[in-house]
Design a binder for this molecule. Structure first.
Ligand SMILES: Cc1cc2nc3c(=O)[nH]c(=O)nc-3n(C[C@H](O)[C@H](O)[C@H](O)COP(=O)(O)OP(=O)(O)OC[C@H]3O[C@@H](n4cnc5c(N)ncnc54)[C@H](O)[C@@H]3O)c2cc1C
Length: 305
């Protein structure tokens, strides 16, 4: 039986062959996934995980695609998205339970409606909860792990729940195993005033709109900040703000953002990243490391300096 048909017969969720991935990334760039799956249940996720092992296929878990650049050739394996099957929210006794496929903004609004305080500053992060937990995403003095109680996931074919201390969180990183699939998380937050929280949320969203190119598709920060320096300052000082290659441009608004001006190719982004790295290195001796995850590229896409 053809691999795709075998998968279709195995799970209750949906399976699509040659699915365009660009609409699933905030950059709106990239080729297709050979197989795109949307599991409908925990059982589906377990079956998919063992299926890819059995067939020796690569598996990529796609959240909201807000921290990735997908290659123009796409992905020659299985891409799993949890937004349809794992999108529930529940509140009980001070604890918010949230599916991995729920968007951060939805989770924040739900928490505020239930007078739960502590995540309102995170509303503008365009993540799913799965991606936010994986990356320990954060901003404006808060991060995803702050009020996290435990994470539910599939590890080596088994459903487990890990308490926060076992997730190995640090700055914008977690310590999950490479093949773990996060299904959801539980957050315990104190009580707060919902009006006050809404004001905090709006204040931060407004600030984000003022400093980030929110009207054009992008992947957030392209490079990590080489502390104590800021990548944006270094790229701006190198005179690269506004530089364009093909359909992409270093944002004239924020130099650590690359924006898609339309019909952009992933290769254009790579060329612009290589240019920024070279100019900054020649000017300062500092090596900029990518923050955005490169998916489906050859290992040597980012040129050595
Ligand atoms: C405009 C813009 C602003 C941003 N601002 C911020 C910010 O303020 N702070 C910040 O920290 N980040 C920010 N980001 C980056 C990004 O939103 C975060 O890194 C976010 O956590 C990525 O979540 P995602 O759901 O989009 O994951 P994706 O980008 O789809 O995936 C990121 C990684 O998480 C893994 N992953 C996703 N879901 C799961 C799952 N269920 N199980 C296992 N692994 C999973 C993926 O395999 C991948 O390795 C911004 C991005 C953009 C485009």
């Amino acid at each position: 039986m053809k691999v795709v048909q075998e998968l279709v017969s195995l799970i209750t969720g949906s399976v699509t062959e040659n699915a365009a991935l660009a609409p699933y990334s905030t950059f709106r760039i990239g080729g297709a996934a050979k197989i795109f799956v949307e599991p409908a249940s925990i059982d589906d996720v377990i079956k998919i995980q063992s299926f890819v092992l059995e067939h020796d296929l690569p598996l990529f878990i796609l959240g909201n695609g807000s921290n990735i650049l997908i290659s123009d050739n796409g992905l020659d394996g299985v891409v799993m998205n949890l937004e349809t099957g794992f999108n529930k929210l529940d509140y009980s006794n001070g604890i918010v339970t949230v599916g991995a496929g729920v968007k951060m903004a939805t989770f924040v609004d739900f928490s505020i409606r239930n007078n739960r305080q502590g995540v309102e500053m995170l509303a503008g992060i365009p993540a799913t909860i799965g991606g936010a937990v994986w990356m320990n995403a954060g901003c404006y003095g808060g991060e995803t792990s702050d009020h996290l109680l435990n994470v539910q996931l599939i590890r080596e074919g088994k459903y487990i729940s890990l308490t926060k201390v076992d997730c190995g969180f640090r700055y914008r990183h977690s310590g999950f195993e490479k093949t773990d699939i996060i299904l959801g998380a539980r957050f315990q937050m104190g009580e707060g005033d919902s009006n006050e929280m809404r004001e905090i949320k709006i204040k931060h969203l407004k600030h984000r709109n003022e400093v980030q190119p929110v009207n054009l598709p992008n992947c957030g920060s392209v490079f990590k900040n080489p502390k104590p320096q800021f990548s944006a300052e270094l790229i701006e000082t190198a005179g690269l703000k506004g530089t364009q290659i093909g359909g992409v441009q270093i944002s004239p608004m924020h130099a650590n953002f690359i924006v898609n001006l339309g019909n952009a190719k992933a290769q254009d982004v790579i060329s612009l990243m290589n240019l920024a790295r070279k100019k900054v290195f020649d000017m300062t001796g500092i090596t900029l490391e990518p923050e955005v995850q490169l998916i489906g590229f050859k290992e040597n896409s980012i040129l050595p300096l």
